[in-house]
Design a protein. Structure first.
Length: 78
C-alpha cells in the first residue's frame, strides 16, 4: 500500500509540457492527410461471407470443439 502512495507521489512530481500552446513545427495542418468522405474511398468488392455450405461447416466446427471440450473434461487431473 505504501509503495502505491510513493509511486503516485513520484508521478505527481513529473514535468508535463504545456498543452495550451498553439501547434508549431511538425504539428501544423500540412503534416496531416486530408479527410475525405467515406463514400469517396474506393473499397474493393467483397464476396459474400456466407454460402450454401456455411451452416454445415459451422456445425462441423461446433462438433469438433465439443469433442475437444469433452476430452479435456474427462482428462485426469493431478
Amino acid at each position: 500500500m505504501i509503495w502505491m502512495v510513493l509511486v503516485a507521489g513520484l508521478a505527481a512530481c513529473a514535468q508535463f509540457p504545456e498543452l495550451d500552446e498553439a501547434p508549431t513545427g511538425d504539428a501544423t495542418a500540412d503534416s496531416f492527410p486530408a479527410l475525405v468522405p467515406l463514400d469517396a474511398i474506393a473499397l474493393p468488392e467483397t464476396q459474400p461471407r456466407l454460402d450454401a455450405t456455411s451452416e454445415a461447416r459451422l456445425q462441423g466446427r461446433i462438433g469438433g470443439v465439443r469433442q475437444r471440450a469433452e476430452a479435456l473434461r474427462s482428462a485426469p487431473t493431478d
